[in-house]
Design a protein around this ligand. Structure first.
Ligand code: PAD
Ligand code: ZN
Length: 385
């Protein structure tokens, strides 16, 4: 029976307060309004940014909310005036949507659209309402997407149509983690062949950065973490050496400076820790190092640094979602996945059903996973294994 135009009842993981566990609820998902799209979510990665929000590390978050922002699925129905996709299309949801009208969207080197909800976390559609409710109470969305649910409704600009052949349980990672790490190396730092790189933090973001350093032809790729169980995978993906900061009594930047004979050409911080950001900057060559900040720190934290670190010629920069203009550039990433140039499966440590979302977060918090992907049991997608 067609669900078009009707309210859909489905399962979702709802969050009621900071640091509270997810609660599996039956929610109601209203039909899409004009310029909106309702999507059957098939798979969603668990990203540390969800945990930042949950732990109170972001400036604000409105409850109740359905978290998750790294999703892929199939269009169920579309609202009036939607021409970009049609029912049955496979899509990646965009936590970094672009309106293509604001100054940031029109700037050739920016993707940080004025209309995104990143960090603001208002949790509403562009028309300032929500399509989710549970037991008569409205539920907020998250980062323009909300993917810890069997169905979601997004504004048309938060969607990117992809090739139907792409495995949804892998390409969901393109929605955030993979693109963030990979893109910062390729688009932001523009790592050159023969160079030396150091990647701090070997989670989903850091491992994706390592993959990109390898593809870029870096000669030396050092992975730094405080959890040595990450090292075999990091080496498989491209690290030439791995260092556990806890194994050294001297500051880690001194260790990296020695290993790279004067400091790495490129550094990447993929944790969200301001002290490590300072170490990462100092680990790059004082005269020409490129220090790249990817991790999202707790909102009140600050990096403390000496201006001399920069006056000698180092560059420090940050990037959101790997500087990809997502709606324009994600299809190319998907093509590269299908052509076997990018192995996303290597990043997926666990696949769990949606109702094990709390276990999925525990795996990430205890450092037991690169990425955990939640599956919503979509029978239509053969690739949802
Ligand atoms: P994750 O939890 O999977 O990985 C973090 C890794 O850092 C783990 O392997 C930890 O063991 C390691 N780690 C923790 N503390 C230290 C330390 N002091 N020294 C060395 N290693 C340490 O997280 P993730 O990969 O999902 O996310 C990483 C960060 O990237 C996080 O802050 C997230 O919010 C941010 C992010 N940024 C963007 C963006 O657009 N800039 C997008 C998505 C995620
Ligand atoms: Zn993310």
């Amino acid at each position: 029976m067609s669900t078009v135009g009707k309210v859909i009842k489905c399962k979702a993981a709802v969050t009621y307060g900071f640091k509270k566990p997810f609660v599996m609820e039956e929610i109601e998902v209203a039909p899409p309004k004009a310029r909106e799209v309702r999507v059957k979510v098939c798979a969603s990665g668990i990203c540390h940014t969800d945990d930042h929000a949950l732990s109170g590390g972001m400036a604000s978050l409105n409850f109740p909310v359905i978290l998750g922002h790294e999703g892929a699925g199939i269009v169920e129905s579309v609202g009036e005036g939607v021409f970009k996709v049609q029912p049955g299309d496979h899509v990646v949801l965009l936590c970094s949507p672009m309106c293509w009208q604001c100054k940031a969207c029109l700037h050739p080197e920016s993707n940080f659209c004025e209309k995104n909800d990143v960090g603001k976390n208002v949790g509403l559609m562009l028309d300032k309402t929500t399509r989710f409710s549970c037991k008569g109470k409205m539920i907020h969305n998250f980062m323009s997407t909300s993917t810890f649910t069997e169905y979601t409704v997004v504004d048309e600009f938060a969607i990117c149509r992809i090739d139907k052949a792409a495995p949804l349980d892998q390409v969901c990672l393109v929605g955030c983690g993979f693109s963030t790490g990979y893109g910062t190396v390729i688009n932001t730092a523009k790592v050159k062949p023969g160079s030396s790189c150091v990647v701090f933090g070997l989670g989903g973001i850091g491992m994706s950065a390592v993959m990109a350093c390898k593809v870029s032809g870096a000669k030396q790729i050092i992975g730094v973490d405080i959890n040595s169980t990450k090292f075999p995978k990091a080496k498989e993906l491209g690290c030439t050496e791995c260092v556990n900061s806890k194994d050294h009594s001297k500051p880690i930047h001194e260790v990296i400076t020695e290993m790279t004979d004067g400091g790495a050409d490129y550094g990447f911080e993929c944790i969200g820790n301001c002290e490590v950001m300072a170490s990462m900057i100092q680990s790059t060559n004082y005269a020409y190092g490129s220090a790249n900040i990817i991790g999202v720190p707790p909102f009140k934290d600050r990096i403390t640094m000496d201006a001399m670190w920069l006056l000698t010629g180092r560059k420090v920069q940050g990037a959101f979602l790997g500087d990809y203009k997502a709606s324009q550039q994600f299809p190319q990433i998907i093509d590269d996945v299908l052509a076997g140039k990018i192995n996303l499966d290597a990043l997926v440590s666990y696949r769990l059903p949606l109702d094990q979302v709390n276990e999925g977060f525990d795996l990430m918090r205890h450092g037991k996973t690169v990425r955990t992907v939640l599956l919503m049991g979509c029978e239509k997608s053969a690739s949802c294994k």
